[in-house]
Design a protein around this ligand. Structure first.
Ligand code: UD1
Ligand code: CA
Length: 474
């Protein structure tokens, strides 16, 4: 049910300079979703009356993600005044005039933050009398974070940013997690009083805490025991740490759901993937995007599947596949490159050093060795010999090849598309198919073999070949 007394503000306007990237920090991905996408998913789970996201740097790229994840949410463009305080100030100004309640402010760079942690924050705040309640934690390394300064009797007094802190303050291990719950009225009052008089020349949201205390209000900080839940991502080292943590959680969840993961350290599963019971993932496997794997399938080792569907009991070994569908009991690899639009039927085979693209391949059809099949349709129960190629590109346009069911395509056949081969037809080895092959016929294009006897002795006298021929009596 919608929490009509809750508004969420997601801060996503920062530049993310420490990433040193042309991609905005919050669009860097972990488990197949941008950093900000994880935060928006958590915000969505709380079902607040309003969600406001503040953007500025690369705003159009961020707005695209926000509109897809949270359509209908409020987007605010931060002006030239920098800082998290300014971002919240503008977000609050964008809330509908009739809103009254609590404002949950979330830094956009905390992808591992989960809804239960926020629900707990909201519950504690509403059970008490504090004007604001924030999350703190004791990370292994507090460098860079704002520190929680407490009075001698243990009450939260203010937050000091790392860059503004004294040596003594920098030795404090408790940090501000960047997640705050404020009563709207007090927040409004104190935002108006923020200044940019600090080391970074920015309006800090963290200064609101000190101002509330000076005004005689109480503020609570709830320490989060698992500090990884609230750690912010500022650079690529923190990104890979968070990605590894998230992956470990995802792998464990799938293991508990009945998936065998032999080597969690080298297996990567995106959040949008779905795996059935008795799926086995072997080392070096990446299950990316919205890939779906049915019961009993075995994937890997060393396989990457992006947005694929793998049928029951299929076997995919040392393969790179994107936007492909594999039927039940199909066998793929080792060393297959399966490109978008490939659909392999039940019990079909895409074997070793085979590349496919935009190809519908019927049930039980086999492409076992060294094939390229692109822009093609192959029927059921057909055998494609070693080295068979569909020559789909005439240098300007792409053309289609159609091969029927229960046909036998000889080794090294080349289909010069557009061309068709009927059901139950054969081609001889090395055939170059430029004309349609009718149903039930054999196509051959190779000239008859001619043997010129004694050619080696005459033309290559004195060679090992000539001697070998002579010794054999020829
Ligand atoms: C901030 C906190 C710090 C805390 C840390 C927790 C402040 C002043 N400091 O520091 O106390 O320990 O988070 O991770 O808030 N943003 C805007 N507009 C801006 C600047 C930033 O929307 O003008 C957004 C960023 O996109 C980011 C978030 O606010 O998502 C935090 O900004 P960041 O620069 O990462 O703050 P920290 O220095 O990490
Ligand atoms: Ca940060």
């Amino acid at each position: 049910m919608t929490d009509s007394k809750l508004a969420i503000v997601v801060l996503a306007a920062g530049q993310g300079t420490r990433m040193k990237s042309s991609t905005p920090k919050l669009l860097h991905e972990l488990a197949g979703v941008p950093i900000v996408g994880h935060v928006l998913a958590t915000a969505r789970a709380l079902d607040a009356a309003h969600v406001v996201t503040v953007v500025r740097h690369e705003r159009d790229r961020l707005v695209e993600v926000i509109s897809a994840d949270l359509p209908g949410s409020i987007i605010v463009d931060q002006d030239e005044i920098p800082g998290t305080g300014r971002a919240v100030e503008q977000a609050v100004a964008a809330l509908p005039a009739d809103f009254a309640g609590d404002v949950l402010v979330i830094n956009g760079d905390v992808p591992l933050l989960d809804a239960p942690t926020l629900a707990n924050l909201i519950g504690s705040h509403r059970a008490g009398t504090a004007a604001a309640t924030i999350l703190s934690c004791f990370p292994p390394d507090a460098t860079g974070y704002g520190r929680i300064v407490r009075t001698s009797d243990g009450h939260l007094d203010r937050i000091v940013e790392h860059k503004d802190a004294t040596e003594d303050e920098r030795s404090i291990g408790e940090i501000n997690a960047g997640i705050y719950l404020f009563g709207l009225a007090q927040l409004r009052t104190h935002l108006a009083a923020l200044s940019t008089d600090n080391a970074q020349g920015e309006k800090y949201i963290t200064d609101v805490i000190g101002h509330l205390r000076r005004a005689g209000e109480s503020v609570d900080a709830i320490p989060v025991t698992e500090s990884w839940l609230v750690e912010g991502i500022n650079d690529r080292a923190q990104l890979s740490d968070a990605a590894a943590k998230l992956n470990a959680l995802l792998v464990r969840n799938w293991q508990l759901a009945g998936v065998t993961v032999q080597d969690p350290a080298t297996t990567w599963i995106d959040v949008k993937a779905t795996l059935a019971e008795d799926v086995t993932l072997l080392p070096g496997t990446q299950i990316r995007g919205a890939t779906v794997i049915e019961r009993g399938a075995t994937i890997g080792p060393d396989t990457t599947l992006l947005d694929c569907e793998v049928g029951e009991g299929a076997r995919v070994n040392r393969t790179d596949a994107t936007l492909a569908v594999f039927g039940a009991g199909a066998s793929i690899g080792p060393f297959a490159y399966v490109r978008p639009g490939t659909r392999l039927g039940a019990r079909g085979k895409i074997g070793t050093f085979v590349e496919t693209k935009n190809a519908k391949i019927g049930d039980g059809t086999k492409l076992a060795h060294f094939n390229y099949v692109g822009d093609a349709e192959v029927g059921e129960g057909t055998n494609i010999g070693a080295g068979v190629i569909t020559a789909n590109y005439d240098g300007v346009n792409k053309h289609r090849t159609t091969i029927g069911s229960h046909s036998r395509v000889g080794t090294n056949t080349v289909f010069v598309a557009p061309v068709r081969m009927g059901d139950g037809a054969y081609t001889g080895a090395g055939t170059v198919v430029r004309k349609d092959v009718p149903t039930g016929s054999l196509a051959i294009t190779v000239a008859p073999q001619r043997n010129i006897e004694g050619w080696v002795t005459t033309n290559r006298p004195g060679t090992d070949a000539a001697r070998a021929a002579e010794e054999s009596g020829n």
